[in-house]
Ligand binder design. Sequence first.
Ligand SMILES: [Zn+2]
Ligand SMILES: [Zn+2]
Length: 351
Amino acid sequence: MKAYQITQWGEMLKENEVPIPKPTGTEVLIKIRASGICHSDIHIWDGYFDLGSGKRITLQERGLKLPFTMGHEPVGEVVALGPEATGVGIGDRRIVYPWIGCGVCKVCENGDELLCNEPITVGTRRDGGYAEYLLAPHAKYLVSYDGVDEAWAATAACSGITAYSALKKLKHLKSDQTVLIIGAGGVGLAAVGMAKAVLKSRIIVADVDPLKREAALKAGADEVVDNGEPGIIKELLKQTDGGPYGVVDFVGAPATCSFGFQVLAKGGTLVVVGLYGGSMDLSLSMLPLKVVNIVGSYVGTQQDLVELLDLVKQGHVTPVPIIKRQLSEAPIAIQDLRSGKDIGRYVLINY
Ligand SMILES: [Zn+2]
Ligand SMILES: [Zn+2]
């Protein structure tokens, strides 16, 4: 089969001919039909995450060996089963939930596989969906997407649940408490499209790019602002009568996070999602004085995925625009994503 692999960190992905994996034990072989390209794939491709102040965590240190096939948003058809695999049949179409834990530690036993310290994530630890076939470790990680657009389904397992679980962290807010979403790129825009289905709040979206602000309005934002504009913090505080009670930063850069913290209302919650990286100065006394929560949100649980698919089936979600490319175009598509010129999510199609 063809796999589009990292062979050197940061260098163009290579089309390699590799054997089709054979399922053993509980494993399930999936023929890929669609596979989303995520912004975090760019960091994996580069081989490191920026921790700020010149510090990095490299994928090599985390044990990732090359060549490696990325792709943690895979959907496809079951084509072969290991001898102990049950719960799915040949021809079933499924999303592969990628955020898999080791399955044996205390954290995993408690059902928090997402928080496992030894994860075996599909597409970031084990080979993922930038290939014609993929091996899922167990049928319990396969989620049906019947009744949902297939290309959109390929954005659900990362972009979709990342947006959904971040918004869920603000579910305690009331209808007269505003939420500010920073960044209307792929994940941010997905969040805007489902915000009204998850929250009762008024939704303001901040982005420095006028095209992304326009896309946010189309996706259902009540209002948009340019966070690069001088005086915007004062204006936003006035407009929201003391600041938004919830801020979700889908960029996660020093400038956006600092902006989010400054506009946050007393008693508010800042949710940091984006992995742009870096670090920021934080006035510690402002934490107690403003009585704020700062929380991190990372992807989402398999239950989040099931809930989100239900909301989509009920028609409550404005789907994020999808940019379709053929699987064979993976090396170019990820370069295009890096250039940041398109609006929406890239999905590789293999049918
Ligand atoms: Zn992702
Ligand atoms: Zn574990």
